[in-house]
Design a protein around this ligand. Structure first.
Ligand code: SF4
Ligand code: SF4
Length: 565
């Protein structure tokens, strides 16, 4: 028998009341078929799916109705058979409370499904398997809803081996009130472990560990039994101490391996990949039964009639889910999606269950008394001692509040996992996490603005450069034309131009003829007829003109370039 795994305590953490017993005692209940489902196109981190159907189309259960768009995206499917009655913005479970595009399906009550084909994962090419997983809409069910096919694509290290040596299945479920993973591990342990094997195979991981908090002894027993029944010891079931946020990916990886994820990095940077146990089960369903992700287990708890866990189809209106749990009790004061530490208030009960909804927690003033008014920070340091990431929460709070976001970032604001431990312990009841969320959103907004102004500046600089270049090209063109003209003129002067040479020859011949005629007249003692019998003054003028002309001709001949004969 192998040695038990050595565990490592991560810093900080808190121990809020678990409130698990309210909902974990009864088996998962299937939701009845509903008359209507609302399937949002954005159910994961990344680009929303692109609708593949139109209003009026008939669809079957499991039919892809929205295709993955771009790299970080995944598909969505019809939860039952029926007719598409609308594709329009609808209320969705999101902290913003804003509407988002969704496909509305009116169920026909027949629940007819597409033909679902299992996949032979041991022989199928890994990239083909990943593509099928993308088409089946798998995304992390632990809260981050990152498309699974990307997390299952580890690439290769420099020596060609998988860079992922350890796969961790997160069964810690450290948030109070939530028990959906606990029930899944108790009831579907065998399938979950098979899902883990498929993940390990795809990642090339040498070690596969399931980490479960010690407040879930039934789940640990069920997993151990499933492993022994399979007569396998390829997966370690490890019990970890109950401490919030022990189910944070980086915290669980540290607890189980002692390997710390560097600031700003991911667990994959140190060769560890972490998946939620619910994701492992949905992968099993997809691969072994060809079933797309059209349902998930959701905890409904708090101030409701019969708290418990429900197998709810994606698109189930939360009002129907609450009704199945006996409805909200008298005096209910609202609903939280997720747990009380990291969840958010639901704005509209018409919003549907999505892949990200793991819990609907109904509040009451007794369970969640109104928070006392925040007092000034007394610098007690309790928040820093509770922080699992070893941050300085009060410094980040101070700079976020003063809108000095650069300084807040300097205190590693973006390493904050928003676990809420600091707010939980603060004696001044300061809603610290709200300040961090505000600061992060402001920084992202400024970053977006900076990016768009950088793009505008780049565009302007390019335009200026283009105009300058065109101007220069024009100037170069003119200069070239002028140079050519000058070269032509100079060529003409040097006699290389046949036209100029011809003109010059004609002029010379005319001058020669005139000189010869003059010589002959002089030799014969003749004068031009029009100069006979002139008065002496006119004769003298003519003589002077002749003398000047003679000089001019001599000068012209002297200046004339020599023409090669
Ligand atoms: S716990 Fe609250 S009061 Fe104490 S240092 Fe932190 S923010 Fe200030
Ligand atoms: S919310 Fe952020 S700052 Fe506060 S304890 Fe958690 S990680 Fe630390």
């Amino acid at each position: 028998m192998s040695q038990p795994r050595k565990l490592h305590n991560f810093p900080g953490g808190v121990h809020p009341a678990g409130h698990k017993a309210e909902s974990n005692a009864s088996p998962i209940r299937p939701m009845p078929l509903l008359p209507r489902y609302v399937v949002p196109l954005r159910q994961h981190i990344g680009t929303p799916a692109r609708p593949l159907v139109q209003v009026g189309d008939r669809v079957l259960k499991g039919q892809m109705i929205g295709a993955a768009e771009g790299y970080v995206s995944t598909a969505v499917h019809a939860p039952t058979s029926g007719k598409v009655t609308a594709i329009e913005p609808r209320a969705v479970p999101h902290p913003s409370g804003l509407f988002d595009e969704a496909i509305v399906i009116e169920a026909d009550g027949e629940d007819r499904s597409i033909g679902m084909q299992p996949l032979d994962w041991r022989t199928l090419d890994p990239s083909a398997l990943r593509n099928r997983i993308r088409e089946m809409g798998l995304a992390g069910l632990g809260g981050a809803v990152f498309p699974s096919y990307i997390k299952l694509n580890p690439g290769a290290s420099r020596n060609g081996a998988s860079p992922i040596h350890t796969l961790i299945l997160n069964g810690a479920e450290c948030e109070p009130w939530i028990t959906c993973d606990d029930r899944l591990m108790r009831e579907r342990a065998t399938q979950m472990l098979e899902g883990a094997r498929i993940m390990g195979h795809m990642l090339g991981a040498r070690t596969v560990i399931v980490g479960v908090e010690d407040n879930k002894p039934e789940a640990i027993a069920a997993l151990t039994k499933a492993l022994s029944e399979a007569e396998a010891d390829d997966i370690e079931i490890v019990t970890v101490p109950t401490c919030y946020p022990g189910g944070g990916g980086k915290q669980l990886a540290y607890t189980l391996t002692g390997v710390e994820v560097p600031t700003g990095g991911l667990s994959t940077d140190v060769g560890i990949q972490v998946f939620n146990v619910g994701t492992a089960f949905s992968l099993y369903q997809a691969v072994m039964h060809g079933e797309p992700l059209i349902s998930r287990v959701v905890t409904v708890t708090g101030h409701v009639g019969t708290p418990g866990n429900f197998e709810a189809r994606v698109g189930t209106p939360i009002s129907d889910l609450l009704a199945a749990a006996g409805g909200s009790l008298e005096g209910a004061s609202g609903e939280i999606i997720g747990g009380p530490m990291m969840g958010f208030d639901l704005m509209d009960l018409a919003a549907p269950v999505t892949k990200a909804v793991n819990c609907v927690l109904v509040k009451s003033p007794a369970l969640f008394p109104p928070k006392p008014e925040a007092l000034p920070c007394i610098r007690c340091g309790a928040c820093a001692r509770a922080c699992p990431v070893e941050l300085q929460p009060f410094e980040m709070y101070w700079f976020s509040r003063a809108r000095d976001f650069g300084k807040a970032q300097g205190y590693n604001l973006f390493d904050c996992i928003e676990c809420g431990c600091c707010s939980f312990v603060c004696p001044s009841h300061i809603p610290l996490v709200d300040y961090y969320r505000f600061a992060k959103s402001e920084i992202w907004e400024r970053e977006r603005e900076k990016q768009s102004s950088d793009q505008a500046r780049t565009r302007h600089e390019f335009k200026t450069y283009r105009l300058e270049r065109e101007k220069q090209e024009k100037a170069d063109k003119f200069a070239k034309a002028a140079a050519e003209t000058k070269a032509k003129a100079s060529t003409a002067e040097t006699g290389d131009d046949p036209e100029a040479a011809k003109k010059k020859a004609i002029l010379e011949a005319a001058l020669a003829r005139a000189a010869k005629a003059k010589e002959e007249m002089t030799a014969a003692g003749l004068k031009p007829r029009n100069v006979e019998n002139l008065p002496p003054r006119v004769e003298q003028e003519i003589a002077e003109i002749e003398a000047r002309r003679g000089t001019a001709v001599a000068d012209t001949e002297a200046e004339m370039p020599k023409v090669d004969q």
